[in-house]
Design a protein around this ligand. Structure first.
Ligand code: SAH
Ligand code: SF4
Ligand code: F3S
Length: 451
């Protein structure tokens, strides 16, 4: 079968980095002449872009692969690809576990999909997991949205948080040049995109691996410099970035966000724990006092800023008192959203080998307790939107109510209001908030639809 006759399917697990990689890999499959197929059991080329941050994320993939392996036994023309972080972690071992696979490729190889798949189609099983310099991608990604877009700015992570697989599977930090990032954003603007989220696992590390000083002696190549460098692109109305690391988050960055009108007042800064001894055991490189000071400084410059975070409960050795310190941080700081997780021991990470692992029962008990508090606090925090007028960038139709459209506030709160997507898509619309839920809002349109 020629590639042109083939239908491909991509299922994505994991974080925004993986979503961005999937959009690029889908773009590559389309330039090879393939067409999108929504049903993974009907597609001729099936790609799972995988995540291994916690054990349950990894296990999901194996159940999906089981069904595809059966199909492959019936239909040798089916091409089965595992990409992403499980592929990187398991490498050759994945072929032994699922011999029906055609291609196993780590995240650093996403842009090489055409080459790798061509080799696999010629009949050999291919494993691409060696560390490489990530090439600039020249293919047009197939983006899920036509209003908001991800733009990678730094790949990999050089931190060594003791629970985390990411440095092992994503490799060392590799920053794209400011010019390449700006060029991608200009292309996005010319295609009608209105919002860009700059992505990195530790975005504050942006530029550490690039030359620090220009020929004229100007300091360059920090995340702050990058924001100044890209913020004036006509057509791009909003800029976000994630994920921030408290260890490197600077007041200079906060000032830039306050000063640059397109940079949205939303910060995703995981704290992981509110206990200093645990933070040390996690090798996070900050104290809860430092974390609190960062949030205070943000709110001094931008009183209404939205703050979201990640937290882990049940880290090895976590006592009830230490867990309480995390709850106190949640109680004190007025977060808009916290992604919580029970600690999951991961291959090749130090904490997985430590004594004092908590039982699954203890971990899930703490997870329930923190989630209860997070939901209660988020509902309280949402009340500040009552009766307010917010600017919404309209992205799509509300999938649960076709008479409504949906978009986000600058603070990243999902908001619904009555309207016609054909008129409103990609528009910035003033909306009066009339209904409030813990994590989303409903309102009514104030701005007349532009002619
Ligand atoms: N680079 C980001 C987040 C990376 S992973 C940072 O430094 O914060 C996303 C989230 O998954 C983490 O913030 C953490 O809360 C969670 N996570 C990572 N490893 C985990 C593990 N072994 N068990 C449970 N949660 C984990
Ligand atoms: Fe993992 Fe830490 Fe790197 Fe985040 S900063 S990706 S938690 S090692
Ligand atoms: Fe998962 Fe890899 Fe992202 S492990 S969270 S997909 S970096």
């Amino acid at each position: 079968m020629s590639t042109a006759a083939r239908r491909y399917h991509v299922t994505t697990f994991g974080c925004q980095m993986n979503k961005a990689d999937s959009e690029r890999m889908s773009g590559i499959l389309e330039t090879m002449g393939m067409t999108w197929e929504a049903d993974p059991l009907q597609a001729d080329v099936v790609l799972y872009n995988t995540c291994t941050i916690r054990d349950n994320a990894e296990q999901k993939v194996y159940s999906y692969l089981g069904r595809q392996a059966k199909r492959k036994q019936q239909d040798p023309n089916l091409m089965l690809i595992v990409a992403g972080c499980v592929a990187q972690q398991e490498g050759e071992a994945l072929l032994r576990r699922v011999p029906e696979l055609d291609l196993v490729m780590g995240p650093q190889h996403a842009n090489r999909l055409e080459d790798l798949l061509t080799q696999a189609m010629a009949g050999s099983q291919v494993v691409a997991t060696e560390a490489v310099h990530i090439m600039e991608d020249i293919t047009q990604p197939r983006r899920d949205s036509d209003v908001t877009a991800w733009v990678n700015v730094i790949y990999g992570c050089n931190e060594r948080c003791t629970y985390c697989v990411v440095p092992g599977v994503r490799g060392v930090e590799q920053s794209r040049t400011p010019e390449a990032i700006r060029a991608e954003m200009e292309t996005l603007a010319s295609q009608g995109f209105k919002e860009v989220t700059l992505l990195g696992q530790n975005i504050d590390a942006y530029g550490r691996d690039l030359p620090g000083i220009t020929a004229e002696g100007r300091r360059q190549n920090t995340l702050t410099d990058l924001l100044y460098f890209v913020h004036d692109i006509p057509g791009i109305e909003r800029i976000r970035f994630a994920t921030s690391h408290p260890r490197y988050f600077t007041e200079r960055l906060i000032q830039a966000c306050a000063e640059l009108p397109k940079v949205c007042e939303h910060f995703h800064i995981p704290f992981q724990s509110g206990d200093n001894d645990l933070l040390k055991a996690m090798a996070r490189g900050y104290t809860h006092e430092k974390y609190r000071r960062i949030i205070e400084t943000i709110r001094r410059y931008m009183p209404d800023a939205s703050i979201s975070a990640d937290a882990i409960v049940g880290f090895p050795g976590e006592t009830e008192a230490q867990f309480q310190n995390t709850l106190t941080l949640v109680e004190d700081l007025e977060f808009d959203l916290i992604n919580t997780a029970a600690y999951s021991p991961r291959p090749n990470t130090p904490a997985a080998l430590w004594n004092y692992q908590l039982s699954e029962t203890e971990k899930s008990d703490r997870l329930q307790r923190i989630n209860h508090l997070v939901n209660q606090k988020a509902a309280e925090r949402s009340q500040r939107y009552a009766g307010r007028v917010e600017e919404i960038l309209v992205e799509a139709v509300n999938p649960r109510d076709p008479s409504q459209v949906m978009g986000r506030t600058r603070g990243n709160r999902l908001t619904f209001f009555a309207g016609d997507i054909a008129e409103l898509k990609g528009q910035l619309i003033k909306v009066r908030i009339t209904e409030i839920r813990a994590f989303s809002l409903t309102g009514e349109q104030l701005t007349p639809v532009p002619a």
